[in-house]
Design a binder for this molecule. Structure first.
Ligand SMILES: O=C(O)CCC(=O)C(=O)O
Length: 284
């Protein structure tokens, strides 16, 4: 693996540290975006859109890198990897990859306020998500909003009284009492946004009558050890540097969600089978 190119500028790093998110415009050309949109019309994705898109919130087809080489290449693209290495350090792995597409059905695709890391608690918070925009994001098509600075709040409650997890934050005061810090982000197609794993965010329904297409890659520093929940086939795929077998613990307390009535979710294996194979082939 080579030294990451395309680093962020010092002011971009500071904006990320201050606000918990940044937008980088014009990362991909219109030709590249068109190619990725074509990849989205692969039959499996179409079926997922048709079957789940109308009823379901947002089509989150997971393990995208394993399914489609175009998205594996995108997850490893130096323009993305260079940027995230400026924030996570030189040794970085994928945590998961997914499609994030809102269907054309008006009024669907709402995504409640949440912090990403509550879906996959780790020993530290050196994780982030990159959204690659395949369409312009607008308030009408349900663009994401971020709560500026909320990454400094630490983990917020996402569990109900029975300790079940449905992905929604239970502390509405952080967005309701804080309107000046709630920032809708409207990147154009070909841009990316990066947000910290503790940044509160959500997105309303798509009212545009057009699809809102996008891809999300969540990445982690090599020393962030997954504590709970699902390990995907591409979890642990090294995109920069190598694995060192070192775990860094932050003083964070996680309440593990109950998954099947009384079991707490755990991640027994830190690496998906397929990612493990690719890492071995790359010698990392
Ligand atoms: O697709 C969206 O608008 C929101 C997605 C999101 O918040 C997430 O995947 O964490």
């Amino acid at each position: 693996m080579t030294t990451p190119s395309h680093p962020l500028t010092a002011s971009q790093v500071k904006a990320y540290q201050d606000d918990g998110f940044i937008v980088i415009d014009n990362v991909f050309s219109s030709g590249e975006i068109e190619t990725l949109r074509q990849a989205e019309s692969f039959p499996e994705i179409q079926t997922a859109l048709e079957e789940k898109g109308i009823k379901h919130k947002t089509v989150h087809l997971l393990e995208l890198t394993r399914r489609y080489p175009a998205f594996l290449a995108l997850a490893r693209d130096p323009r993305i990897v260079g940027a995230i290495c400026s924030l996570l350090g030189p040794d970085v792995q994928l945590q998961h990859s997914k499609l994030a597409t809102k269907s054309v059905a008006k009024g669907t695709g709402e995504f409640g306020w949440h912090q990403d890391i509550t879906f996959y608690p780790h020993s530290n918070t050196s994780l982030l998500s990159v959204f690659v925009y395949l369409d312009d994001a607008t308030p009408e098509n349900g663009c994401m909003s971020m709560v500026r600075g909320s990454q400094r709040l630490g983990p917020l409650s996402h569990l109900d009284a029975k300790r079940h997890f449905d992905g929604s934050c239970r502390e509405p005061e952080h967005w309701e009492n804080n309107p000046e810090n709630v920032v809708p982000i409207t990147p154009k197609a070909g841009s990316i946004s990066i947000h910290h794993c503790l940044t509160l965010h959500g997105s309303p329904a798509n009212m545009s009558g057009q699809p809102r297409r996008g891809v999300v890659f969540s990445y982690r520093a090599d020393d962030a050890q997954q504590l709970a929940d699902r390990v995907f086939q591409d979890t642990g795929l090294v995109v920069s540097g190598r694995r060192h077998g070192i775990v860094r613990c932050e003083s964070v307390t996680w309440k593990l969600p109950r998954r099947t009535g009384h079991d707490y979710g755990t991640a027994h294996f830190q690496i998906g089978e397929w990612a493990n194979k690719l890492n071995a082939e790359a010698g990392v």
